[in-house]
Write a new protein. Structure first.
Length: 257
C-alpha cells in the first residue's frame, strides 16, 4: 500500500511539473501573440516582440526585443525600441479572475521623434491610440467565447530612456535627450482590473506623451539658435544653425496657416 501511495504521489508530482511546463509555454506564446495583435490594432503601426519568458513557480519573467514601428511616411528607425522588460507577479493570482502583477520594469527604451512636413510620428501614434478603442472592441467581439483575463499592476516603471529628435525637414539634424523616469502605480486596483489592451494603451500614451514633451523642448531650443543639434553629434554646429532656425520658424508658420 505504501508503495502504491508513493507511486501515486510521484505520478501527481510529474503531472504537476508537466502541467506547469505546458502552462509556461502556452502563457508565453499568448503574451507574445497578444502584444503583436492587440498593439497594432491600437497604434496602427507594426509591433514586434522577440521573446517572452515567464516562470510560473517563482512569478518572475521578462520580455525581450519590443519594437514599435513608425507610421507610414516617416523615414527614421522604429518609433520605440526596448531591449528588456522585467516582470514579477503573484503566482496564486493565475488561478483567479484577475492576474496581479507586482512590478513591471522597462529598462532603457529608445524613442525616435521625427518632425516632418506632415507633423511628427509620435503625435500620429498618439492620435491612433485615442481612436484605437474601436480596434479593442473589435478584438473583444472576436474573443467573446474566451474573454481576456483582467490585470492589476501595482508598480510600472520606465527608466533610463532616451529620445532621439530628428528633423528631416532640416536635412536630418538630430540630438538625443534623456527621458525622465515614468512611474505608474495601482493600475486596475480599484476595479475588476484592466484588460491587456487597456494596459498597453495607458503605458504607450504616457510614454509617448512624455517623449513628445521632451522633444518639443529640443525643437524650441533649436528655434532659439541652440548649437547642440547637429547632423553629426560628434561635431559642433557651424553655419547650419542660422539656416535651421529660419527653416523651423518657417515650418511652424506653415502649420499655423
Amino acid at each position: 500500500m505504501k508503495k502504491f501511495f508513493k507511486r501515486l504521489l510521484l505520478v501527481l508530482v510529474v503531472l504537476a511539473i508537466a502541467g506547469a511546463v505546458a502552462a509556461h509555454f502556452v502563457l508565453d506564446a499568448a503574451i507574445k501573440r497578444g502584444v503583436e495583435t492587440i498593439g497594432p490594432k491600437l497604434t496602427q503601426v507594426e509591433i514586434k516582440l522577440d521573446s517572452v519568458r515567464l516562470f510560473l513557480l517563482s512569478g518572475s519573467g521578462g520580455l525581450n526585443g519590443l519594437v514599435v514601428g513608425n507610421p507610414e511616411g516617416f523615414k527614421t528607425p522604429p518609433a520605440t525600441s526596448v531591449g528588456s522588460t522585467s516582470i514579477a507577479l503573484k503566482p496564486s493570482s493565475l488561478l483567479g479572475d484577475k492576474i496581479v502583477i507586482t512590478s513591471i520594469n522597462v529598462q532603457a527604451p529608445e524613442i525616435t521623434f521625427e518632425e516632418s512636413l506632415h507633423g511628427n510620428n509620435l503625435s500620429k501614434i498618439l492620435a491612433n491610440l485615442e481612436a484605437g478603442s474601436g480596434g479593442e472592441q473589435g478584438t473583444a467581439k472576436t474573443q467573446e467565447a474566451k474573454p481576456a483575463r483582467k490585470l492589476e499592476v501595482e508598480d510600472f516603471v520606465i527608466s533610463g530612456g532616451k529620445v532621439r529628435v530628428s528633423l528631416t525637414t532640416l536635412g536630418g539634424i538630430s540630438a538625443t535627450v534623456s527621458l525622465p523616469e515614468i512611474h505608474l502605480k495601482d493600475l486596475g486596483k480599484d476595479s475588476d482590473g484592466i484588460t491587456p489592451a487597456e494596459l498597453m494603451k495607458t503605458v504607450l500614451k504616457t510614454l509617448l506623451t512624455e517623449a513628445t514633451k521632451q522633444a518639443g523642448t529640443v525643437v524650441a531650443d533649436l528655434s532659439k539658435g541652440a548649437t547642440y543639434l547637429t547632423k553629426d553629434l560628434g561635431k559642433t554646429a557651424t553655419n547650419s544653425v542660422e539656416k535651421a532656425t529660419k527653416s523651423i520658424t518657417d515650418l511652424f508658420k506653415k502649420k499655423k496657416e
